[in-house]
Ligand binder design. Structure first.
Ligand code: GRG
Length: 296
């Protein structure tokens, strides 16, 4: 593999895409429309940032890449599930995702709901079938990832987000919502690689935990910034949809300058957490910088 993490991204992306393709039932398998919609929702693009964070953390900690494939695939399946639900008329009612029609537009609403419903158990069945891992790792991964997507993680964050439309939140309240809605799964992508190193010193775990918290919130603030000043052709969804839904976002509540400075502050804090890992954390630093610079 190339020395530079940026040049290894294509190989990691191909690796997770292959894992996703293998995990998903063929579109020809009955019920074919459901399986076709599941494949469309997962394989229709996407940056694969969460799997890349798992691979980069694994590189940082010297975890065998073959062990990282299963959590990387499972987390991306859950991410795809969340995007399908997020786009539904009852949620953000979006027509475009990754530059293509959203799943309920391409198929129909019932198929989109069912496709998303089927992606989540698929993710957990992959985790439960994890092979050659340290004793207890599969169950720990299931616990980590169920917590990240449950009512005290992503689903809870989405609920707060929907309830907050038109509301005035403090920065702490807004960041709490971001930590759940978006940060929890990003955080879990990092911690899943940590769970595969059973001898990891707790100080190292804690540093990566704090790195994950910061970068997860920065990811959502950057997403908000792109919703204001991005280009549809680059971000793959309409610009300005947060404002049209009267969403409580960082730019809406605190302005664009404060949003950019908070992103930079979170990035700097996240990078500080990597100091004790030396050069082995270069891939994580690269990804953290990418998360904050993307779309520019
Ligand atoms: C999935 C358990 C579960 C519940 C659903 C709908 C929902 C509850 C949560 C929505 C969470 C959500 C969609 C948050 C937004 C996160 C976000 C900024 C997504 C965009 O991620 P990118 O930019 O997308 O990584 P790509 O297309 O690159 O994969």
């Amino acid at each position: 593999m190339p020395d530079n993490f940026k040049d290894r991204i294509a190989a990691y992306t191909a690796r997770v895409n292959q894992g996703l393709d293998d995990a998903l039932p063929p579109a020809s398998c009955n019920p074919a429309r459901l399986h076709d919609a599941m494949r469309y929702s997962v394989l229709n693009g996407g940056k694969r940032v969460r799997p890349l964070l798992t691979y980069a953390t694994g590189e940082c900690l010297g975890v065998d890449v073959e062990l990282l494939d299963t959590p990387a695939v499972a987390i991306e399946l859950i991410h795809a599930f969340s995007l399908v639900h997020d786009d539904l008329p009852a949620m953000d009612n979006d027509d475009l995702r990754r530059g293509k029609p959203t799943v309920h537009k391409q198929y129909d609403e019932a198929t989109a709901i069912l496709a998303a419903d089927a992606l989540q158990p698929l993710a957990f069945s992959r985790l439960a079938s994890l092979e050659n891992a340290p004793d207890g790792a599969a169950i720990q991964l299931v616990r980590l990832i169920t917590q990240a997507c449950g009512s005290t993680g992503m689903t809870g964050g989405q609920s707060i987000d929907l309830a907050a439309e038109g509301a005035v939140l403090s920065a702490a309240e807004l960041e709490h919502m971001y930590a759940l809605k978006t940060g929890a799964l990003i955080h879990a992508a990092i911690l899943s690689a940590c769970l595969l190193r059973t001898d990891l010193p707790s100080a190292d775990f804690d540093a990566l935990d704090r790195f994950g918290s910061r970068i997860g919130i920065a990811f959502q603030i950057k997403d908000d910034i792109l919703d204001v000043e991005g280009e549809t052709a680059v971000i793959g969804k309409p610009v300005g949809s947060d404002a049209s839904l009267n969403k409580a976002t960082y730019p809406a509540l605190f302005g664009m300058d404060a949003s950019r400075s908070r992103c930079d502050e979170l990035l700097a804090g996240a990078i500080t957490e990597l100091a004790s890992f030396g050069k082995s954390a270069a891939p994580l630093e690269w990804l953290a910088r990418f998360i904050v610079a993307r779309g520019q």
